[in-house]
Design a binder for this molecule. Structure first.
Ligand SMILES: [Zn+2]
Ligand SMILES: [Zn+2]
Length: 368
């Protein structure tokens, strides 16, 4: 039996990491355990008891790399959340849910024309949803965009937190690319937190062949069991060498040299340059990763190739049930890519994930 608590317990970001303007010394960020009052729920809002909240690269950007949050600190980070509704709208109470990482306003022209994933007025827990985020015992959220979890079988509720972001962003990317059964796909960064789902979702949507590119052999070997048909290890290789390997895979396997849909998930300049090099006739390069690097590219190649470069952001809440279904039906495996830890390890977990991206997504479970 679930019930609403009298307060919310949370790991609040008091201040992000910063640099002293004069001495240039790094001032460490601060995350502290806090108790905050339970807000009055507005009509259309519910209170979700958090089962798990994933540690995303974006959270690390806010905490370590001076990426500003919309709501100023102190606030609770965390936008990859699954849990159970414990208060608010009666028809939701008792329901297990995934909270979409970005919730569109549903009023603006972007929302009304199907581009709500990039609504400029969107709300994101742990960024623009007031002080509330997922690294907490509870979170108040609008109910309209919640994704109800049905038939999760043996999959732990906490694991499904990754559906809120890591597993849904690739689905939106696939839609942006107009991915169709029979398409040929490259995933650059297939070993990463989002890339592994990109490979699985592409395959799940009927891709004919998926070529995964990454720097770590162990992650590439794993990808071969989860979506990838072929892999290329790009460590110590220049883009020409990677391109050469790509061409021999095509040749040996009777795959065409045109029409590839290339998903760049790393955000790293090296990955983006591989994408630009592989982009060919009637191909599409879809940019999912974020980084600050700049590349030089002969734009006229797009004209000559009749090709496209496309950016993609977040995922429409409407697509969440489809992705959740791919997960619960076994088309997309998440259990192999998730580890859970007590939420009280938040500082160690942030430090660790900031140093080396973990093999498995860290999902923190409340232990207040
Ligand atoms: Zn995220
Ligand atoms: Zn909107």
């Amino acid at each position: 039996m679930t019930s609403a608590p009298g307060k919310i317990l949370t790991w609040q970001m008091i201040q992000p990491t910063s640099r002293d303007k004069e001495t240039k010394e790094v001032v460490p960020g601060k995350i502290e355990k806090k108790e905050i009052p339970l807000p009055d729920l507005e009509p259309g809002e519910v209170l979700v008891e958090v089962a798990g909240c994933g540690v995303c690269h974006t959270d690390l950007g806010y905490f370590y790399d001076s990426v500003p949050t919309v709501s100023k600190p102190p606030l609770t980070l965390g936008h990859e959340i699954s849990g159970t509704v414990v208060a608010g709208d009666e028809k939701w109470v008792g329901t297990e849910v995934v909270i979409p990482a970005v919730m569109p306003c549903r009023k603006c022209i972007l929302c009304k024309t199907g581009r709500g994933n990039r609504c400029l007025d969107q709300k994101m827990p742990g960024n623009s949803l007031g002080i509330y985020g997922g690294f907490a015992s509870h979170i108040p959220v609008p109910s309209i965009d919640l994704c109800e979890i049905k038939n999760r079988g043996d999959i732990p509720l906490a694991h499904l937190a990754v559906v809120a972001d890591a597993a849904t962003t690739p689905y939106q990317a696939a839609k942006r690319a107009d991915l169709q059964p029979g398409d040929n796909v490259v995933v650059i960064g297939i070993g990463g937190g989002v890339g592994q789902y990109m490979g699985q979702i592409a395959k799940g949507l009927g891709a004919n062949s998926v070529i995964g590119i990454d720097l770590t052999q162990a992650k590439l070997d794993r990808a071969l069991n989860y979506g990838a048909d072929f892999v290329i290890n790009s460590s110590d290789k220049d883009t020409r060498a990677v391109s050469g390997e790509f061409k021999s895979i095509c040749k040996e396997n009777g795959l065409p040299g045109f029409g590839w849909k290339i998903f760049e998930v790393t955000g790293a300049k090296a990955g983006q340059e591989i994408g630009l090099t592989l982009l060919s006739y009637i191909g599409k390069l879809i940019i999912i990763g974020f980084g600050l690097g700049k590349s030089e590219y002969m734009m006229s190649r797009l004209m000559a190739f009749d090709a496209e470069i496309i950016g993609t952001w977040g995922c429409l809440p409407e697509y969440y049930p489809i992705v959740l279904n791919m997960v619960t039906s076994g088309k997309v495996n998440i259990d192999a890519f998730v580890q859970t830890r007590p939420m009280s390890t938040i500082m160690e977990s942030f430090e660790e994930a900031h140093k080396v991206p973990p093999d498995k997504r860290i999902v923190l479970t409340p232990d207040f």
